[in-house]
Design a protein around this ligand. Structure first.
Ligand code: SF4
Length: 167
């Protein structure tokens, strides 16, 4: 059965910057957990942060792909450059996905690490724009199918397709 890398905060762990979890309450997620398919990770903790921590955003309306390309930074709310830790966390998530055979990822949207459809614009004003966070972008670049927490139906269809094809 294909495994799914899941954001630890979606998996119910209180690892967010504010010390909270964001558990995704859905019967399909419960089923996948029961089947042993979920591989939980928090890229920001893997990158060396602790909880709680300052919020951070990718600067100037740029994206995780820009960070990976070296043309944008991740900045925390006090103005510190935390790009290196975000890069380390993304690499750790990719390594874990490869080690555990995750072809899919289910990541919470909006995060500078895990966001896959929308992320904050770097102004710390709540504004979001289209784009992926650093971890989501790296996973996508390496062939892992990334779904946000709002795309469970699509993930379910993708998993069904894998089963049907016998892969
Ligand atoms: S890095 Fe990802 S898993 Fe960790 S708290 Fe942020 S959104 Fe959740």
């Amino acid at each position: 059965m294909p495994k799914i890398l899941i954001s630890a905060c979606l998996d119910g762990r209180p690892v967010r910057y504010d010390g909270q979890a964001k558990p995704l309450l859905d019967l399909r997620v419960e089923q996948w957990r029961g089947e042993g398919r979920l591989v939980s990770t928090c890229p920001e903790l893997a990158g060396g942060f602790s909880t709680p921590r300052l919020p951070a955003e990718i600067e100037n309306g740029m994206t995780g792909s820009d960070v990976l390309a070296g043309s944008a930074k991740v900045i925390d709310s006090a103005g510190a450059d935390v790009t290196a830790a975000y890069m380390d966390g993304a690499q750790a998530a990719l390594a874990l996905a490869r080690e555990t055979g995750c072809a899919f990822a289910l990541l919470i949207d909006g995060s500078p690490s895990c966001g896959s459809a929308k992320i904050h614009d770097g102004s710390f004003s709540g504004n979001k724009h289209a784009g992926a966070g650093v971890t989501a972008a790296l996973l996508k670049q390496n062939g892992i199918a990334v779904f946000s927490h709002q795309e469970l139906d699509a993930l379910e269809r993708a998993l069904t397709g894998v089963r049907t094809d016998g892969r």
